[in-house]
Design a protein around this ligand. Structure first.
Ligand SMILES: Cc1cc2nc3c(=O)[nH]c(=O)nc-3n(C[C@H](O)[C@H](O)[C@H](O)COP(=O)(O)OP(=O)(O)OC[C@H]3O[C@@H](n4cnc5c(N)ncnc54)[C@H](O)[C@@H]3O)c2cc1C
Length: 419
């Protein structure tokens, strides 16, 4: 069996099959499993990159039937039952699970690829942290740069990542950098969220959306609703209302698109480019191939698409594993049923919105406690959980965001998009 991608979908499929009669090859282009819901905390110096990543080999070490392979899958021939890596190696399979996730989408907006910072990988997060801290160093050396937007951070997109990042930046700037840069007036720094819709947090209830908006504004974040970014330049953004914002930092959290592997599989694609899977998550015409997580355009019974959430990928990975066991026993795979566990977003200390099954809505401190608990539980690895818990407790007591280091190898930062 071959599993492509060691994200939420891939590791859960592998874990669910590792005790069975299968020889499993788990392939990922990186050597770690990344916990993306906390990526923004790395970008805002709250956590270090190792705190939210776990080595894949450590998860399956000592399992003779699980082989971990570092490599990028570039092609697959589903008819020949083989995947091909970019180093030319071929890996044959009887069963295949593809869980390669998604990529950042620029929606064809000029300048995004060249000038905006994506936030999809650990490298993106560390590069962004370097860049933001570097901007404060530049302003400290030459305060005239503030008028050119060196301390202005524009967040494109008011979804959970944009909102969480804005709240964390407000704390980083208002607490830590204000103290670090004694001779710089950090009140001139601006954090601006630009959102095309007339509300933040699409998919949440109106009450949660309003609560997030007022919590952000109370923290000094500027929120521009019903406004689109039309062009990104090295020195700022042009908006649909004709305004321009001088800014040295534009963070692109506005959307995702299908991983290029969707096309390389040669399987039918849905409108957004993801693989149009059968109700059991298999590829049409290939009952032995399953696509799960962000890469799959999976529908519920009413024809609505499952959202691109960690829980969908986790449950999809486990479902693919169950289906493979059934197929192996000569039975048919069953339809995938997603059990919704709720959605949540935090704005900062004692401020979050959580919408749980059964209509339970939490805000403020209870929402924040729920957010902390859920993220700790789902973080992979005991050491990571312990470190994150201690770091959050330390941060709560002292306001310290300890990872305020500029890594020399990434400074000055290459332009984004050059990975
Ligand atoms: C910044 C950010 C914040 C998020 N916050 C939340 C949140 O708060 N709550 C929530 O539910 N969801 C959140 N999400 C979404 C959630 O992380 C995804 O829905 C989930 O990760 C999808 O799981 P997956 O297994 O499909 O892909 P991923 O977890 O992304 O894993 C894909 C894996 O495939 C590997 N890979 C990709 N291409 C190849 C290739 N060609 N060859 C080999 N390996 C490859 C990657 O290295 C990666 O390890 C967030 C996402 C991001 C980026």
């Amino acid at each position: 069996m071959v599993v492509v991608g060691a994200g939420f979908g891939g590791i859960n499929a592998t874990k669910a099959l590792r005790d069975g009669p299968f020889d499993i090859t788990l392939i990922d282009r990186g050597n770690y499993h990344g916990f993306w819901p906390l990526l923004y905390q790395v970008a805002t110096a709250g956590l270090g990159p190792e705190d939210i990543a776990h080595p894949i080999r450590d998860l399956f070490g000592g399992r003779p039937n699980v082989r971990v392979r570092l490599g990028t899958v570039s092609r697959a021939s589903l008819d020949a039952h083989v995947v091909e890596l970019d180093d030319g190696a071929q890996v044959h399979y009887d069963y295949l699970v593809v869980a390669a996730g998604s990529s950042s989408a620029d929606f064809g907006i000029p300048g995004v690829a060249e000038h905006a910072f994506p936030l999809k990988t650990l490298t993106d997060a560390v590069r962004l942290r370097n860049h933001i801290l570097g901007c404060f160093e530049r302003a400290d050396a030459d305060p005239a740069l503030v008028d050119d937007g060196v301390l202005t951070i524009v967040l494109a997109g008011g979804g959970p990542t944009g909102v969480e990042m804005a709240g964390a930046l407000a704390e980083l700037v208002g607490r830590n950098l204000a103290r670090d840069f004694t001779h710089l007036d950090v009140t001139t720094a601006r954090i601006v969220v630009v959102e095309m819709a007339d509300h933040l947090l699409g998919g949440f209830s109106a009450t949660s959306q309003r609560s997030a908006l007022s919590a952000l504004r109370a923290r000094g974040v500027e929120v521009r609703l019903s406004t689109a970014i039309q062009r990104v330049r090295a020195d700022g953004v042009h908006l649909s209302d004709g305004a321009t914002i001088p800014s040295a930092t534009v963070v692109w959290t506005a959307g995702v698109q299908a991983n290029p592997l969707a096309r390389a599989l040669g399987a039918p694609q849905a409108r957004g480019g993801e693989v149009a899977v059968e109700p059991d998550l298999s590829v049409p015409g290939h009952p032995e191939v399953f696509v799960v997580g962000d890469l799959a355009a999976a529908m519920d019974r009413h024809g609505a698409r499952h959202p691109q959430l960690a829980q969908v990928a986790i449950q999809g990975g486990r479902h693919a594993a169950r289906s493979i066991r059934r197929l192996h026993a000569g039975r048919r795979a069953r339809r995938f049923r997603y059990h919704h566990h709720g959605i949540m977003a935090t704005i900062g200390r004692r401020a979050a919105v959580a919408e749980l099954p059964g209509g339970l809505k939490l805000r403020g401190t209870p929402g924040w406690m729920a957010w902390l608990g859920v993220h700790l539980v789902f973080l992979v690895g005991f050491r990571n959980r312990a470190v994150v818990l201690i770091t959050w407790a330390w941060n709560y007591l002292t306001w310290d965001r300890a990872s305020r280091v500029i890594l020399p190898d990434l400074w000055p930062p290459p332009r984004p998009g050059n990975d």
